[in-house]
Design a protein around this ligand. Structure first.
Ligand code: TXA
Ligand code: MG
Length: 310
């Protein structure tokens, strides 16, 4: 490889060789590889220590490329028009002629797809003649990464290249909606539920416990800093890290604020970073104050519940 290549060209160089690299997205960083290649997609599972049963999200540059692989429908176009590129993942029926590797889907007849909204990753996708399979760039069940440093912390030297795109703007994973049958939300995330309901003009079901479809957001322990977390706490114990949603008048160095003003979007953006900081300060337990359960608060509570599950 020539030394003077731009970082985007370097990324393409590695991906064309069926290597895995990390890419920035507006939600979290992804561990990306050619979704049409068996060899490349297997590398993702190995690096992440992820069960092969758990299928991968595939990232596309545009509709044309997606239509080679999946069937679309009216609801898809309505949501696409409103939210894409952006933090929304669609589960669609896979076409028989699709070139997506069977490892990516775990032989399922559906595919989870997304159009990420990050300038560097969009530029990269435009240069490639294949879409990118990319789960979050963390070891399975651990905290998702929202910066280059976080990815390095997860994988060290095991990863060939990280395309640095700064801090992820949203900081929580995409919302997943299945449009295979009746629309159904499978994971809460970067697009609030109320906004989806508004576009589709009905209340879309949110299925937390669909046993048939395995979604990480549905497996119990996830997004875990590896230490116990207590929720809805008003008084933390001594030496416990305390996560708060709004700045207090009286504060301590064991207090960690997700937002200054109880802004739930800002709090969502800071959630994974805060958990990672606390973990790295070697606290033995975390307490979290009650977080309002609407809008992004609902997503934060979902992630915290899973992070605190045993
Ligand atoms: O924001 C995001 O979605 C990030 C960025 C990198 O795009 N990606 C992400 O991927 O969160 P991951 O793998 O950590 O979580 C996506 C989940 C998968 O674990 C899988 O369970 C679910 O989406 N999924 C994938 N294919 C599916 C399918 N065909 N049906 C239902 N769920 C599926
Ligand atoms: Mg993940």
């Amino acid at each position: 490889m020539k030394n003077n290549l731009s970082n985007i060209k370097k990324s393409k160089y590695y991906l064309d060789k069926n290597e895995c690299i990390a890419i920035p997205t507006e939600t979290v960083y992804g561990l990306a590889a050619n979704a049409y290649s068996k060899k490349a997609s297997l590398r993702i599972f190995k690096l992440k220590k992820r069960t092969r049963k758990n299928p991968l999200i595939v990232h596309y540059y545009n509709l044309q490329m997606l239509e080679n692989d999946c069937f679309t429908n009216k609801n898809f176009y309505k949501l696409y028009k409103k939210f894409c590129p952006g933090p929304l993942t669609f589960v669609l029926k896979l076409k028989k002629k699709s070139k997506i590797s069977k490892n990516v889907t775990n032989n399922k007849k559906t595919l989870a797809v997304r159009f990420p909204n990050h300038p560097k990753t969009k530029k990269l996708l435009r240069l490639l003649n294949y879409p990118l399979a990319a789960p979050s760039a963390n070891i399975s069940k651990k905290i998702s990464p929202v910066s280059k440093d976080d990815v390095e912390e997860e994988f060290g030297k095991k990863i060939k290249f990280i395309l640095n795109g700064g801090r992820s703007k949203i900081g929580l994973e995409s919302t997943i909606i299945s449009l295979v049958n009746k629309p159904q939300i499978l994971r809460l995330g970067g697009i609030e539920r109320s906004k989806i309901n508004k576009v589709l003009k009905k209340n879309i079901r949110y299925n937390k416990t669909n046993k048939k479809i395995e979604v990480p957001g549905q497996s119990k322990l996830h997004y875990s800093p590896g230490i116990p977390i207590r929720l809805n706490v008003s008084r933390p114990s001594r030496n416990e890290a305390f996560i708060l949603i709004k700045k207090r008048k009286k504060t301590f160095n064991t207090y960690f604020y997700l937002s200054k003003t109880k802004n739930l979007k800002e709090a969502g953006k800071n959630l994974y970073k805060t958990l990672r900081i606390i973990k790295n300060k070697n606290y033995k337990s975390i307490a979290v104050e009650k977080i309002p359960n609407f809008g992004f608060g609902e997503v934060i509570n979902d992630r915290l519940k899973r992070a605190s599950s045993k």
